[in-house]
Design a protein around this ligand. Structure first.
Ligand code: AHR
Length: 515
């Protein structure tokens, strides 16, 4: 009996291989997964290099077209992404930032040295008002990173009152005096950033005590209006998560995690963002995929102390970190962005989507001109990066319901190392439309995929878009801004009722809307 069963399975497998059907996505439409938080598609803007100044803010007197000092072109590009949340003012900068430097008349604002990022002089012309007004213009939530490393509880509490209080009290009145009558909405507050490193070199035990102290005051002054984010681990520092959850799970609503992809061997071996070969293409993707292991392990640890998953895991800094572009300030982290980086973005977002039960926010670093940016600027020109296009294609998953699915994928192998060639997310939005995003990581091979939907008939493909590029290391430049851009995709066939076949071009990201 057993032997017969084995032979039938073998025959089925052989048949599948012969038919080229080893790549198979099965979607179970009879079940519902968790909601994919829209905040997984969040962003991060630090006072670093040309992210804020030049990138977002040029000031009202600039010859570059602007609305009250904000670049018009950048605003338009960011609006199209439906950004759900923007984290500010850092990063490492946050733990050196004293918010009162950035309010009131601009000519009275003190100049400070940005010690972490190239020693650049920061004139504080972009401060609390400029940031929170930007969030209102973009229609996104504000995520403030409070200074624990070199600040005080009182300073944080004053900032909270300044931003969100409508009472007749000193800080709210100071805000009114500075031209803003009504409070802003500030939904998220980070209590320190990288407190294990640039935010104060603390041990997890010491930091968890500070977190209990600071978050108690956030609670008193903001109640449930603000989600309190504890500073989480550096990559695989699982002990940090353990100690934080043990000592302070009740004192936070979320715990962060930072992980950057460094394509070269080991930590710190950054490599060029352009002109790389297949070895660094592959190792960049492989290291990006480590996010799966990190998110799984941190989630498991959190489950032990918080089985109901009240505390969200916020990956509030992630992305690829390469060498800076030649001739630019090494402290300004201005890097190019290639088709490889688009695939790092799509596969990482797939990982977050699949872990939507615990991962409730993620913020790619950083929005403009820094690290894995959405937009690059030069003078009055902008370039939308390949990563921008991925975010635009993936935004449909935000607040949709994850559909349970299982993917059988062939491998993409370089030397003696392999990774799955395919990656995917399937979600169902509030209007009953199914969204399928797929990536083919193999740079030299198109892949045929059979998709089967259990419990639902797919009658129509409403739209299909493909992002690919002439080479795996292709980039968009100021002279050729559209080398990597999405195009209409047609290489799919609806088969009988609940099946379809999709041929994914090599090195591509696809987005399909089905009903
Ligand atoms: O995003 C750049 C830097 O990376 C941030 O300032 C810091 O938090 C991290 O180390």
């Amino acid at each position: 009996m057993m032997k017969q069963k084995f032979i039938s399975v073998l025959i089925l497998l052989l048949f599948c291989f012969a038919a080229g059907a080893q790549n198979r996505l099965t979607i179970d439409a009879t079940q519902k997964g968790p909601q994919i938080s829209k905040y997984l598609y969040g962003h991060f803007a630090e006072h670093l290099g040309r992210c804020i100044y030049d990138g977002i803010w040029v000031g009202p007197d600039s010859p570059i077209p602007n609305i009250n000092g904000y670049r018009k072109d950048v605003l338009e590009a960011l609006k199209a992404l439906n950004m759900p949340v923007l984290r500010w003012p850092g990063g490492c900068f946050a733990d050196t930032y004293h918010w009162k430097d950035g309010i009131g008349p601009k000519d009275k604002r003190p100049k400070i040295k940005n010690v972490f990022w190239g020693g650049t002089v920061e004139d504080n012309s972009f401060g609390t008002h400029e940031f929170l007004n930007l969030c209102e213009m973009l229609g996104c939530d504000a995520y403030i990173s409070a200074n624990v490393g070199s600040g005080t509880v009182q300073e944080m509490v004053d900032w909270i009152e300044y931003m969100i209080s409508d009472d007749d009290i000193e800080m709210a009145n100071l805000r009114r005096q500075n031209g803003r009558e009504k409070p802003w909405k500030v939904r998220f507050i980070g209590i320190g950033n990288e407190s294990w490193g640039c935010g104060g070199n603390m041990t997890p035990e010491y930091y968890s005590d500070l977190l209990r102290q600071y978050s108690g005051y956030v609670w008193e002054y903001a109640h449930e209006k603000m989600t309190r984010v504890g500073c989480g681990s550096n990559g695989e520092d699982y002990n940090w998560t353990k100690v934080l959850m043990q000592n302070a799970a009740r004192n936070m609503d979320a715990l962060s995690l930072h992980y950057y992809t460094i394509a070269g061997p080991g930590w710190g071996n950054k490599t060029a963002a352009t002109g790389f070969g297949e070895d660094l293409y592959f190792s960049g993707l492989k290291k990006g995929l480590r996010m799966e292991e990190l998110v799984t392990t941190h989630s498991l640890l959190m489950d032990q102390y918080d089985p109901r998953k009240r505390v969200g895991l916020y990956v509030d800094e992630w992305g690829i970190w390469t060498d800076v572009e030649p001739g630019t300030n090494p402290g300004h982290l201005f890097q190019q962005n290639s088709m490889r980086d688009a695939l790092i973005a799509s596969t990482t977002l797939d990982i977050f989507n699949r872990h939507a039960e615990r991962v409730k926010m993620a913020n790619i670093a950083q929005t403009i001109n820094v690290l894995q940016a959405m937009v690059l600027t030069r003078g009055d020109k902008i370039v939308l990066t390949p990563t921008y296009h991925v975010f635009n294609m993936y935004k449909v998953h935000g607040d949709a319901t994850l559909m349970p699915s299982s993917l059988v994928s062939e491998k993409y192998t370089v030397g003696n190392e392999s990774i799955p060639a395919l990656s995917q997310t399937v979600s169902l939005d509030a209007n009953g439309k199914m969204h399928l995003t797929l990536s083919n990581l193999n740079p030299g091979k198109e892949i045929r995929l059979t998709v089967e939907v259990i419990g639902k008939t797919v009658s129509k493909v409403n739209s299909a878009t493909c992002l690919t590029a002439p080479q795996f290391n292709s980039v968009n430049t100021f002279d050729k801004p559209e080398t990597v851009k999405p195009a209409v995709f047609k290489a799919y066939k609806l088969l009988s009722g609940n099946q379809m076949e999709i041929t994914l071009p090599s090195r591509s990201v696809l987005a399909l809307e089905l009903e």
